[in-house]
Design a protein. Structure first.
Length: 114
């Protein structure tokens, strides 16, 4: 069973930055398109960024130009660099395959507040 462990969240002021990491236990991580999702209180979970096995990247409109997704296949790790954070980015952030094929991890809380 693939395990997903997210880390790097925290409390940051508007305009600040955070870098999230997601370590997977999967030896086949490299073949999956992976994504970062977030769920704000009272809202559905949404996909905010994804990266294919070949490195093609896409972002939801609200984070374009501010967030950057990357992956290190040798370390089975997915990253999300978040810059110019806004209060509306506050959510629990999760990683998973783009098809959400794996069991969800515990997520990492990101709070943007002054």
């Amino acid at each position: 069973q693939v395990q997903l462990v997210e880390s790097g969240g925290g409390l940051v002021q508007p305009g600040g930055s955070l870098r999230l990491s997601c370590v997977t236990s999967s030896g086949i991580f490299s073949i999956y398109a992976m994504g970062w999702y977030r769920q704000a209180p009272g809202k559905q979970r949404e996909l905010v960024a994804s990266i294919t096995a070949g490195g093609a990247i896409s972002y939801t409109d609200s984070v374009k130009g501010r967030f950057s997704i990357s992956r290190d296949n040798a370390k089975n790790t997915l990253y999300l660099q978040m810059n110019s954070l806004k209060p509306e980015d506050t959510a629990v952030y999760y990683c998973n395959s783009r098809g959400a094929n794996f069991a969800w991890g515990q997520g990492t809380q990101v709070t943007v507040s002054s």
